[in-house]
Ligand binder design. Structure first.
Ligand code: URP
Ligand code: ZN
Ligand code: ZN
Length: 482
């Protein structure tokens, strides 16, 4: 056993595989020992009554990302790091953008430099919006050589969506360069048609965002995304699955042996389409803009169906899809000076609330086990993104990224607690049971009792290895292998 610098004593260790009362020994930023009793450490953290869980791995975060409308998702890597640590997350994967008519290399250095200002250990997805020969054949190999092993594509949104032909080109290039592809699945033309009809009828309020993109547009695009991936034999992950009928498409493909996985987000088990119909004395119907994200949250009865899909393992990763736009301000929801639902930037802040919401709604309410919670928010995302075994678990050799969790702590969510940059949280006033009281990143205490102490510039880039295209990173449909 290496000399132990720091021991976490007396806590209940919760990993994907089980729960055990043991001490954790840490040296050089890594876990070096797990034992009933660890003596002689230079420093000790007493964890009686606390659960010792892997730090969250959030593989879908929009941070300092220019959006299609020319705005910027407001969070900087420094503010995102604070917000993530406040909620128990220690690693993220965010997105290097590409504009149509531009290459992918021109953004890569700038984005990496921005990310290096933060405190989170991090990797990137490369967004592809313009899959030219130049991009796929000359530039992509250079991005991949930097250890970026996942591509993100959109099947909707005006400025970024791909045609089927373009999507096929990306799938083929991803297969060649051993990358994973993540897909935003909604049918662009169908949504455009619905938006035009709603506007023509004078229906412009935020709640019509959900009317413009009902589940069928997500289901159709998911079916198509999977079918084309099957054709190319390229693994994909379907991002932010909002409802069971979409997850059923994934389940059916998994049963056929197709390499497809499904991610969902806390908003799809906590928010509803009715939230977009909320009004306030100050802002009238525009209050509903606070909840606009895509896909749109569905009916309240959908929540239990999404939990079923989580329990079945069809949805095996929960990310935040953190995309912070303030309500007010130059990049905010009002940025276009109009109440038209189709001009309100899509996305909600959620990097802090992800773990507390999933723990509270999942573990505290008895819907999933503590081990399943760890799998969803840390272990599976780390495996899916090729960050395992360094991230996502508590085992000898892993980075000592640890959330010390009080499973009994009750809190009422407020925007101030989120520590993000946005001026609101869509979860304001929600009660949760379970909260991270202290967070370690590579053995360093970075948050204690809501106080984030990490120094800017201390986050590390996490280069990733090629995927094995037969079973990427040992992942097999419907389950993760070691
Ligand atoms: O509404 C959302 N989800 N905004 C973020 C961008 C995306 O589609 O993931
Ligand atoms: Zn998306
Ligand atoms: Zn997103």
């Amino acid at each position: 056993m290496s000399e132990v610098e720091l021991a976490i004593r007396g806590g209940m260790i919760v990993t994907a595989d089980g729960m055990r009362r043991a001490d954790v020994g840490i040296a050089g930023g890594r876990v070096v020992a797990l034992a009933e009793r660890i003596e002689g450490a230079a420093q000790v953290i007493e964890a009686d009554g606390l659960w010792v869980m892997p730090g969250g791995v959030d593989t879908h975060c929009h941070i300092e990302e220019p959006n299609a409308a020319g705005g910027l998702s407001e969070e900087s890597f420094i503010t995102a790091s604070r917000a993530a640590f406040a909620g128990g997350t220690t690693s993220t994967v965010s997105f290097i953008p590409q504009w149509k008519g531009h290459g992918i290399l021109e953004r890569a250095d700038d984005y990496a430099r921005r990310a290096a200002t933060g405190m989170l250990d991090h990797s990137f997805h490369q967004i592809i919006t313009d899959p030219t020969d130049e991009v796929l054949e000359r530039e992509l190999p250079q991005v991949v050589a930097r250890g970026i092993r996942s591509l993100k594509v959109f099947l909707t949104y005006d400025a970024v969506h791909l045609s089927d032909a373009e999507y096929l080109r990306v799938l083929r290039a991803a297969r060649k360069h051993q990358c994973l592809v993540h897909v935003h699945c909604e049918n662009y033309d169908a949504i455009k048609w619905r938006i035009e009809a709603l506007l023509a009828a004078g229906l412009t309020a935020p709640k019509y965002h959900a009317w413009a993109r009902p589940p069928v547009v997500e289901r159709e695009a998911t079916h198509r995304a999977i079918a084309l991936a099957e054709l190319v034999d390229q693994p994909i992950q379907v991002f932010h699955v909002s409802c069971a009928e979409v997850a059923e498409e994934i389940a059916a493909a998994q049963a056929r042996g197709v390499k497809v996985w499904g991610e969902t987000c806390p908003q799809y088990v906590t928010l509803t389409a009715d939230d977009m119909a909320r009004t306030s004395a100050k802002d009238g119907a525009f209050e509903g803009a606070k909840f606009i994200c895509s896909p749109a949250p569905r009916g309240a009865d959908e929540h239990e169906r999404v939990w079923d899909m989580i329990r079945r393992g069809v949805l095996d990763v929960v990310s935040s899809d953190h995309c912070a736009y303030s309500f007010e301000g130059p990049n905010g929801k009002r940025q276009n000076g109009t109440d038209r639902f189709d001009r309100i930037p899509n996305g909600i802040p959620g990097i802090t609330a992800r773990l507390p919401l999933m723990f509270s709604e999942g573990v505290s309410k008895g819907r999933i086990t503590p081990e399943h919670f760890v799998r969803l928010v840390a272990t599976n995302p780390a495996k899916m993104l090729g960050l395992w075994p360094r991230k996502g678990g508590i085992h000898v050799g892993a980075d000592a990224d640890i959330a010390l969790w009080d499973p009994q702590r009750k809190r009422t969510l407020t925007n101030a607690m989120m520590q993000h940059v946005a001026d609101y949280t869509p979860y304001e006033g929600m009660e949760v049971t379970g909260w991270p009281v202290r967070v370690l990143r590579r053995g360093e205490s970075v948050m204690e009792n809501d106080q984030v102490t990490a120094q800017p510039g201390t986050g590390q880039f996490l280069p990733r290895a090629p995927y094995d295209m037969i079973a990427p990173r040992g992942i097999t449909p419907n389950g993760f292998a070691d």
